[in-house]
Design a protein around this ligand. Structure first.
Ligand code: NI
Length: 160
């Protein structure tokens, strides 16, 4: 496994729509392993392939719950319920946070690293992560959706 560079906001690759994965080979497995390592090293809870410069529909998530490491290939949101408004950040957008309204609960269908179909349901932080990462595959950043953007210092001011 190897850590990859995380692309930052402003680079074209983050605004593009990713293509489906059609070949489930060792190149994909290396990408998934590298993405997971990169995400963990950066203390993130999710990472999408365009964030490492790859325009493919690949996502890794680990929100520290019982699901552990989640790998999603060609994920699609199939149902959404309710609403939640939470503070989000992104490894591609250093030192900016914003409140985003997302569904409270989502269902996603995807393929695993071998091409096998599965479904995953998430609520709370997992629902946020699923939506946030799948948005990346469509060239959408949380900064496109947030009501207001705050720097780390501004956020600290709010808390005190
Ligand atoms: Ni992100």
């Amino acid at each position: 496994m190897a850590k990859r560079n995380i692309v930052k906001r402003g680079e074209d690759v983050l605004a593009k729509k990713c293509r489906d994965v059609t070949v489930f080979d060792d190149k994909l497995w290396t990408l998934l392993d590298d993405m997971y390592e990169t995400m963990q090293h950066a203390n993130g809870v999710g990472l999408a392939a365009p964030q490492v410069g790859i325009l493919r529909r690949v996502v890794v998530i680990d929100v520290g719950d019982e699901n552990g490491r989640i790998e999603l290939v060609n994920p699609v949101v199939t149902s959404m319920k309710g609403k939640q408004r939470e503070l989000e950040g992104c490894l591609s957008v250093p030192d900016l946070w914003g409140y985003v309204v997302r569904p409270a609960k989502v269902k996603v269908k995807a393929q695993d690293r071998y091409g096998k179909n599965f479904e995953i349901e998430g609520e709370k932080l997992l629902a946020v992560a699923l939506c946030h990462e799948i948005d990346h595959l469509n060239g959408i950043l949380f900064t496109d959706l947030a009501e207001e953007l705050l720097t780390g210092a501004e956020l600290e001011d709010r808390k005190s």
